[in-house]
Design a protein around this ligand. Structure first.
Ligand SMILES: [Zn+2]
Length: 544
């Protein structure tokens, strides 16, 4: 009887909500951080057809609207869905489907893990990802001697964590016909005229077509697994930093079957097929997939000493790093993007690579003041070059977790002077007025709360270093949140639809489990529930 009465009261209370303007969803009893220009915090919002109709005080919204569904946020905070402004879903897919070498503590462990993997799987071709020699003590790059002993007859290709180096065995070198040590935009390490098995940057392309491609089913399943991981952190969009032509169809087919709900802002790799796609389609949109940019590589990475520096490495006076794409090719792509109205996003790590790209982008500013062309990473900047970002409206796209991961060895690579322009997020923000913020997953973890902590405290998840790494370059909590929401939207020409919780924008947001604040030590946080265009796409397991 009690339940019948309760049911009756429930129907009664629903019908009392049936007056007023009818919408699909009302979310109330919340602290809604709109992240708009006024930094409004509100209590309730009304949503219809995937868009926000109104945001306002609790009573105002509840009195004005009836809805199919009411969500009581129980006083929790709500934020616009986070965008990871630089991630690699497809690389993460490959990592998930390959041998996991993350956190290997030595070259021996690398080989042992590979042997164990092979004992279980009996693969015809072994691909692994995630090793980092800087965790092995001496910080010198490995060679393939041990790998050749363990695997004389099966090709093995083991990628470094940053994807800018690969250790391959002689069996694969022979299969790919690599004997010379010369390659443009890359390096084939050799000793006494013999390849050591270490391939840097463009040299890795020489083995690329030998590596077996995973099946579409394997790729799709892994993408959906990654989507679930992102949703649990409130991430609703990714700027996918470099895709091949074949990947467009994979994303489209997952969106067509309504399985992929994540917004993907895809940057095309500059292949002939992709250029043809861009020429034919112009600014392209299919459901939540947006394509209107190219990704280009100016240099390698600092960890593998491929980042192009103006002066030699402080810990290796023979090396300046690598220009991975010839200047003429970069100029050509830049002209092509300009002609078809595409954005150009260039990976530049070293101060020399950044200088080259800043000068290249300068020309675009003379044609189009609102070009939003981005430098991805903008990791080491000669402080005398910072003015380019403001003078020519060049958009810095940065990943604060790189700073706290690299802090162990960055100064030894760069020296005391150059480090002052490294991971200089505050300086970059002051120069351009915005920064787009991402993680570069799977090179770093997808967790945006680690990004918030790294940007504000300049510490890693173990709260190191104690005083924060280059602490003078820390961002405020508001700045890092905007870097993952409204500024990321601007970096993708999506500021009219996304990035803030405001009237007329997409109802894409998440209710966070614990309040987000500027905490001094790291503690985990998650989304309680995540919504895209007014539809719930994730809810925390009730048992957690
Ligand atoms: Zn990247």
């Amino acid at each position: 009887m009690k339940y019948v009465l309760l049911g009756f009261l429930f129907v009664l209370s629903l019908s009392s909500c049936m007056k007023g303007i009818h919408v699909d969803l009302v979310v109330h009893n919340a602290q809604i951080h709109c992240l708009d220009d006024q930094n409004t915090i509100s209590q309730a919002m009304a949503i219809k057809d995937g868009k926000i109709i109104e945001v306002g005080p609790e009573r105002q919204i509840l009195n004005k609207y009836s809805a199919d569904e009411f969500v009581d946020a129980e006083g929790k905070e709500i934020y616009p869905g986070f965008t990871d402004a630089h991630g690699h879903i497809l690389l993460y897919v490959k990592q998930k489907l390959s041998l996991d070498l993350l956190d290997c503590k030595s070259l021996n462990e690398l080989v042992t893990r590979t042997e164990k993997y092979q004992q279980k799987g009996q693969k015809k071709f072994i691909v692994g990802r995630g090793w980092d020699q800087s965790l092995w003590g001496a910080d010198s790059m490995p060679d393939n001697t041990l790998l050749n002993k363990a695997f004389p007859n099966i090709p093995v290709c083991l990628y470094r964590v940053d994807g800018h180096a690969a250790l391959v065995n002689d069996c694969l070198l022979n299969l790919a016909g690599i004997s010379s040590t010369k390659v443009d935009g890359g390096e084939i390490r050799s000793r006494n005229g013999k390849c050591t098995g270490l391939l840097l940057d463009k040299a890795m392309d020489l083995v690329q077509d030998k590596i077996p491609r995973f099946s579409d089913k394997e790729i799709k399943d892994a993408i959906l697994e990654i989507q679930e991981e992102l949703f649990q952190y409130g991430i609703t969009g990714v700027h996918e930093a470099g895709i091949d032509f074949e990947d467009i169809a994979i994303f489209k087919s997952l969106m067509e079957s309504k399985q992929l709900k994540l917004a993907i802002y895809a940057m095309l790799m500059p292949s002939e097929k992709n250029k043809r796609f861009a020429s034919e389609n112009g600014v392209y949109r299919y459901k939540n997939l947006s394509i209107r940019s190219f990704k280009m590589f100016a240099d390698g990475a600092l960890g593998s000493k491929g980042a192009l520096l103006k002066n030699p490495y402080s810990d290796d006076h023979q090396h300046h790093g690598l220009l991975t794409t010839p200047l003429s090719e970069m100029q050509e792509l830049s002209k092509f993007c300009s002609k078809i109205g595409y954005q150009l996003n260039t990976h530049a790590i070293g101060d020399s690579a950044n200088n080259i790209i800043l000068n290249l982008y300068k020309n675009e500013y003379l044609i189009n003041k609102d070009h939003r062309w981005r430098i991805e990473h903008a990791q080491v900047i000669d402080r005398n070059d910072l003015h380019f970002f403001s003078d020519f409206a060049i958009f810095p796209s940065v990943q604060p977790t790189h700073a706290v991961s690299d802090q162990r060895w960055a100064e030894s690579r760069l020296g005391k002077e150059r480090i002052k322009g490294a991971y200089a997020y505050k300086s970059l923000l002051e120069a351009f007025g915005m920064v787009a913020i991402g993680t570069d997953f799977p090179i770093e973890l997808t967790n945006p709360f680690l990004t918030i902590f790294a940007a504000t405290q300049r510490k890693n998840k173990d709260n190191l270093p104690n005083d924060g790494f280059l602490i003078e370059e820390q961002l405020s909590l508001e700045q890092v949140l905007k870097g993952m929401t409204s500024w990321a939207a601007f970096a993708a020409f999506e500021e009219n639809n996304k990035g803030t919780i405001s009237k007329g924008k997409e109802a894409t947001f998440f209710i966070v489990k614990r309040p987000i604040w500027n905490e001094m030590t790291f503690s985990p946080n998650f989304a309680y529930s995540t919504y895209i265009s007014g539809k719930m796409v994730y809810k925390e397991d009730e048992l957690n």
